[in-house]
Design a protein around this ligand. Sequence first.
Ligand code: NDP
Length: 433
Amino acid sequence: MRDLVIIGSGPAGFTAATYAARANLAPLVIASSVAVGGELVRTTEVENFPGFPEGVMGPDLMEHIQEQAERFGAEIVYDDVTAVELGGEVKRILLGNGRTLEARTVIVATGAAYRKLGLADEARLSGRGISWCATCDGAFFRNREVAVVGGGDAALEEALFLTRFASKVHVVHRRDTLRASKIMQERAFANDKITFIWNATVSGVLGTSEVEGLALTDVVSGERRILDVAGVFVAIGHDPRIHLVQDQLELTREGTIAVQGRTSRTNLPGVFAAGDVIDPHYRQAVTAAASGAVAALDAERYLAAQTTFASPLTAERSPALPDSLEPSAGSIAVPEIGAKAKEGSGGSALSSTRIRVFGADWCGDCRRTKKQLTDLAVSFEYIDIQRDEVAAAQAREISGRTNIPVVVYPDGSHHVEPSNAEVEARLRALALL
Ligand code: NDP
């Protein structure tokens, strides 16, 4: 039984973990199987997080925040939560690998998920020209025209980043004024490669196997037009990620988890919420981090009160590994990282095997995959598609997709945007672990 399980790995989740670890609560962070680090790992330069006068890249900032939590002993599980039972004194958290965790308190810091356009073609062409991450997928569109849909800070940030690669970036916005901050507007207006298409909504995405254009409708005149673009980056905001808890926790009218006053307390004792999942207004990295700190302090106080009133559940300390994560036969949840690292550095057969990872420096999922292979002491070649035009074409040819990371195994098989569990399963299947 854990004192505290934190669901979510953005600034709220990891800041909560730092506070909780320093309070000796031995927190376990369920970081998700792919989107580790939350939305910050999809952004470029963060200029307004305190303590970084020169700015800091979003993925770097998240790495720092995670390292800080780990330094004090927070444990991280790279898996998804598939279900929760939050009602009783003992909270149960079911993971994608089938295991169940038990905890006295839970902090829900699941953030917000990017919004979709809601078009029929979106799923079909997702990863085939439609993307939600310019820093990951932008290099596939070198010297091509692309569109960014949206008028907020995220849309302009995507557009500015894409000018590194694209010949032209069209920002398609449904109104004639932007929601983005003034500083971002000024930068975008000053950039020759960026043009704006005002009062336009996307009515369709054209292309059979990859994006060939956008069908736009002018909301004022009703006129329709085709915009010839090879890529579409959707940046139309986020919705709080509440699907796990919406039947158990009270929600606000805006669809966020309801908390009491300035605390992180939800309607259920022992369940706290933090970050974008409770915040329809501010949604900044720094406010999410602060909210994570509040949640950890609330959880600590709750646990202390339970102990004071002699709940039998709080008598014991958390074990180093939660019971339900102890390695068991056939389990892939907890790789024996230490053992493999020794084997790798000693020159296992693996070290001569060539695995290729196509990625980019500012792609959070690419960093996660690189870290996983490094931790497992698996020898691999890393190819940065942003530095090398030929590499981008190669990655696209192998995968047929415009997403990274692409992991190519020695037998010629590949994975696009794999979870750690998928990579590990494939390595085992190929007898590389
Ligand atoms: P926002 O909610 O700020 O903006 C979303 C944009 O998408 C709006 O312009 C909105 O239009 C448009 N939109 C929403 N739904 C649709 C739809 N269905 N079809 C077409 N357009 C749509 O979200 P962001 O992700 O841009 O930003 C979220 C938060 O993160 C903000 O607080 C922002 O300040 C922050 N952020 C800050 C950054 C920075 O400082 N560099 C970078 C990125 C994010 P409309 O305006 O008409 O509502």
